[in-house]
Ligand binder design. Structure first.
Ligand code: KIV
Ligand code: ZN
Length: 385
């Protein structure tokens, strides 16, 4: 079984979501939860971007001792110095350097020739290696970069001292088969590739971020970058919970595993949703409110007979507390009414009585009712006609 490192960037790329701004206390609270979640590397921010982010990264590096805390830096000495000041007290300091490599970015954004881009990247890695024990280098917009040039620059930064090479799909453009081929190409065309861990970093503009990350793992990526709830620039980053749970549920297929403590997923999702204000859509895979709710009669019936008919993930696997008040065939009208109130349903007495008698009939067949079961029951009866 291949072990894949989870590089969490909720506090950096995730915080780049439009409208999200976390203060240093909020960032620290999320960082502590990410540590409990079992991420391997945590990108705490972009130290040169603001004083607030610098202090947040420094505080997190000082307090999170069981894993590597990293920070983003452009390929300039000022950014590298700021990152070192913020990260040097960390348990396992790592810098994350990046420079764009696609023609579009080099021509219009950087206004640099490919040769200048190579020289700048190599110089930044050399400079950073005098300070940091681990250097991660990212080819921004790698997926729209000409492959021979990508291979050339990757070889050069590895020779300069980078030991983690990240291949971002910066604009969420690639498809899984194509992304896999880039990893295979680099393995075949970069002589010193064995000296580095390859990393995937996917954005979700075309809804492919999780699939692309999984394809990268199948083609040799030893690290995937992702965020809790998939928050991030524009349509977001690959979702940590989707990748970790996919690898777990389909270990027969992917033959890869992470160190994520799956039972901490719901708590992490709730915290990130609360502090960023980015509400998780109800139908979001793994952590959405409806992820375990079976609404249609056929599905409800199937699940009542045997859960695995329609449920590939149990709520408990990801730490969803199915019920504070467990309803079953011995529950009375009162408990049933209370549960409906807890779930946010404000019903008339007649509606409540009608639902209760339906519930009672169902409870002859099913031992316990989860919140999702009760919600599905109400929706089925009230809104399905
Ligand atoms: O999407 C991207 O290219 C990035 C890099 C800075 C790694 O976030
Ligand atoms: Zn990104």
């Amino acid at each position: 079984m291949q072990r894949v490192n989870i590089f969490d960037t909720t506090l950096r790329d995730g915080e780049q979501s439009a409208g999200v701004s976390l203060n240093p206390y909020e960032k620290l609270e999320i960082a502590k939860q990410l540590e409990k979640l079992g991420v391997d590397i945590m990108e705490a921010g972009f130290p040169a971007s603001s004083k607030g982010d610098f202090h947040a990264v420094k505080e997190i590096a000082g307090q999170i001792r069981s894993l590597s805390v990293t920070g983003l830096a452009r390929s300039v000495q000022g950014d590298i110095d700021a990152a070192w000041e913020a990260l040097k007290e960390g348990a396992y300091p790592r810098i994350h350097l990046f420079l764009a490599t696609s023609d579009i970015h080099m021509q219009y954004k950087l206004k640099m020739t490919p040769q200048q881009v190579i020289e700048t990247a190599v110089a930044s890695v050399h400079y950073a290696s005098q300070l940091f024990p681990v250097i991660q280098w990212s080819a921004e917009d790698a997926c729209r970069t000409k492959l021979p040039f990508l291979a050339e620059i990757v070889e050069r930064v590895i020779s300069a001292g980078a030991t983690v090479i990240n291949i971002p799909d910066t604009v969420g453009y690639i498809s899984p088969a194509e992304y896999g081929k880039i990893f295979s190409y680099l393995k075949e065309n970069v002589p010193n590739i064995h000296k580095a861990v390859l990393s995937a970093h996917c954005h979700d503009d075309l809804g492919m971020a999780t699939s692309n990350s999984l394809a990268a793992i199948q083609h040799g990526a030893g690290q995937v970058e992702c965020t809790v709830n998939g928050i991030g620039e524009r349509a977001g980053n690959a979702s940590l919970e989707e990748i970790a749970v996919s690898l777990h549920i389909r270990k027969d297929y992917y033959r890869a595993e992470t160190a994520i403590k799956l039972e901490e997923i719901k708590k992490s999702s709730d915290l990130v949703g609360k502090l960023t204000g980015m509400v998780v859509p109800p139908n979001k895979a793994v952590v959405g409110r409806n992820a375990f709710a079976h609404e249609s009669g056929i599905h409800q019936d199937g699940v009542l007979k045997e859960k695995t008919t329609y449920e590939i993930i149990t709520p408990q696997l990801v730490g969803v507390n199915e019920n504070s008040l467990v309803l079953g065939k011995h529950s009375g009208r009162h408990a049933f009414g209370k549960k409906l109130m807890e779930l946010g349903f404000d019903l008339q007495k007649e509606e409540l009585n009608q639902l209760f008698s339906i519930f009672k009939k169902l409870s002859e067949k099913k031992k316990e009712f989860s919140d999702e079961d009760i919600t599905a029951l109400v929706f089925d009866e009230k809104f399905s006609n």
